[in-house]
Design a binder for this molecule. Structure first.
Ligand SMILES: [Fe+2]
Ligand SMILES: [Fe+2]
Length: 288
């Protein structure tokens, strides 16, 4: 899970490091423009650059198909949503406990911010569960196959993807069939037909897809797809439903990105509210 060795398969000291880099790239809007600019101008840490390098090199169409085959039959285990939150919390990184909160607190911070904003109950629940797909890390998946910006595979990599130059080492980059604008897809086919790089978003979408309304499912499935929801790349793949639903994905992003470390969460006090919310939408156990 952790390593200080830059040649390792696991360059991030903690999974949060990628999200910290998102904050560098997309600083919280502030009235102090100079502060935002300074943030944005900063370089990614070497560990994060190495993480992007591995991600871009290894996320090929074949790799994605292979992971989908392995995980999307959902035969890893049966457990409830709260069980999965506690299970994810067993993920221990070699991180600074003053800076990096337990995973369960990021989930509660996101959900509580949505709740305070007076959003619907399904939306609060979406915030609570959106990162549970990170349990892939507990099954020995490398960091670059769990977190990181997601992007379509099987078509040309957008230059708007962070650290684009690292795609030169990806074998699909040299396959002409996969490097046209549309690649293996049709214009306007809709993202449901498009394979994205493998990670926690797509996995969790398949686990929960029968239980939440469509906007919540889009938030879960595409919240790491910064090339589309922040950079507006790949527009030729989208259909009308995607364009409508990405308004929700964008709305969700503020709660995901800008609530981290706001305040510590009192898990025991919050638990009854969330157990009831979970029971409103989910059976006691689901397939993972
Ligand atoms: Fe996430
Ligand atoms: Fe998140």
């Amino acid at each position: 899970m952790k390593s200080n060795n830059p040649n390792s398969d696991q360059p991030l000291v903690s999974l949060d490091e990628w999200e910290d880099d998102l904050l560098r790239r997309y600083p919280k809007p502030t009235l102090d423009a100079a502060a935002s600019f300074r943030n944005y101008a900063a370089e990614a840490r070497p560990s994060v650059k190495e993480f992007y390098r591995l991600n871009h090199q290894n996320q090929t169409l074949d790799f994605v198909k292979h992971k989908r085959e392995h995980y999307l039959s959902l035969n890893q285990r049966r457990m409830g949503i709260w069980d999965a939150m506690e299970y994810l919390n067993t993920l221990v990184d070699d991180s600074d406990p003053d800076i990096d909160l337990p995973q369960i607190e990021h989930l509660l911070q996101t959900a509580e911010a949505i709740r305070k904003a007076g959003r619907p109950r399904w939306y609060i629940l979406t915030g609570l569960i959106h990162d549970l797909g990170k349990i892939l890390c507990l099954w020995d998946e490398p960091q670059w196959a769990v977190v990181g910006d997601t992007f379509p595979v099987g078509c040309r990599y957008s230059e708007k993807i962070v650290f684009y130059e690292a795609f030169h080492a990806n074998e699909d980059f040299h396959n002409v069939r996969y490097q046209t604008e549309l690649g293996i897809y049709e214009s306007g086919c809709g993202l449901d037909q498009v394979l994205l790089s493998w990670g926690h978003d797509e996995y969790l979408y398949h686990v929960v897809k029968d239980f939440l309304p469509l906007p919540g499912l889009y938030m879960i499935r595409y919240h790491s797809c910064y090339p589309i929801h922040r950079e507006h790349a790949y527009q030729s793949l989208l259909n009308d439903r995607d364009r409508e639903m990405f308004v929700w994905v964008n709305d969700f992003n503020q709660y995901d990105l800008y609530t981290k470390r706001d305040e510590r969460m009192d898990v025991a006090t919050l638990r009854p509210f969330y157990e009831e919310l979970i029971a409103e939408f989910f059976p006691r156990q689901i397939e993972w």
